[in-house]
Design a binder for this molecule. Structure first.
Ligand SMILES: CC(C)(COP(=O)(O)OP(=O)(O)OC[C@H]1O[C@@H](n2cnc3c(N)ncnc32)[C@H](O)[C@@H]1OP(=O)(O)O)[C@@H](O)C(=O)NCCC(=O)NCCS
Length: 194
């Protein structure tokens, strides 16, 4: 464990951020998401099919956070946005009414980001999202997050994401979402590389 200078929290040295074969490790990833985000078994089964379909989309990429003994404790994945994708068709009218739908072009979408609760608040989520967006060719990034003051929203704001639309309703999702966008590369904390 090393003290992270100026930050006051311990960052575990043994967690490695790197490319993830998400198709091969989808069940481990969904186990992390289930406990981090609160998914039941039925939702996990539905998500499993959705994730595997997403991975066939052009440019889809995933990164994992793995402990020294090989356990997956966090992951992120995303892809260049395509206005024909389901997510994009839902958010497009909300952005268009505000004159912001150009954010759907040349944009890297963060589709999922989850860190196991036992490993949260140590910079893992920040490292995952900055590393995957650093590898994007697009000049900006978009995502959606439940429209509430959550750690996720706090993290996204600190990385430079701003609200493009609020109270966005996805069919079958019980709670409204905020759509957020940021220029790339994402903002760093002063004095740090990530
Ligand atoms: C969102 C999530 C991935 C962040 O991962 P993490 O590894 O804990 O995040 P980090 O430690 O890298 O970053 C912490 C940052 O989050 C923010 N944050 C953390 N707790 C917060 C809180 N209670 N309120 C507001 N912001 C908070 C801060 O900006 C903090 O930045 P700091 O390091 O400068 O203090 C993780 O909390 C998670 O998996 N949550 C549940 C699933 C989820 O909501 N996923 C996102 C779906 S859109």
């Amino acid at each position: 464990m090393a003290l992270f200078p100026g930050h006051g929290t311990h960052r575990p040295d043994d967690i490695v951020i790197g490319p993830l074969d998400l198709a091969a490790r989808v069940d481990e990833a969904l186990a992390v998401q289930a406990v981090a985000f609160g998914l039941g078994a039925e939702e996990v089964a539905v998500r499993r099919q959705i994730v595997l379909r997403h991975l066939t989309y052009p440019g889809a990429r995933a990164l994992g956070a793995t402990t020294g003994d090989g356990r997956l404790v966090g992951f992120v994945y995303g892809m260049p946005n395509d206005r024909a994708h389901w997510w994009s068709t839902i958010v497009e009218p909300y952005l268009r009414t505000r004159g912001l739908d150009h954010w759907l072009d040349d944009s890297f979408v963060i589709t999922e980001l989850h860190v196991h609760p036992e490993h949260q608040n140590r910079g893992v989520g920040r490292a995952l999202i900055t590393t995957i967006t650093d590898g994007a060719a697009e000049p900006r990034s978009i995502l959606s997050a439940i429209d509430t003051d959550s750690p996720a929203r706090g993290l996204y704001h600190s990385l430079g994401y701003v609200d493009l639309a609020r109270q966005v309703l996805f069919p079958s999702a019980p709670r409204p979402y905020a759509v957020m966008g940021a220029p790339l590369p994402l903002r760093r904390r002063p004095g740090t590389a990530r």
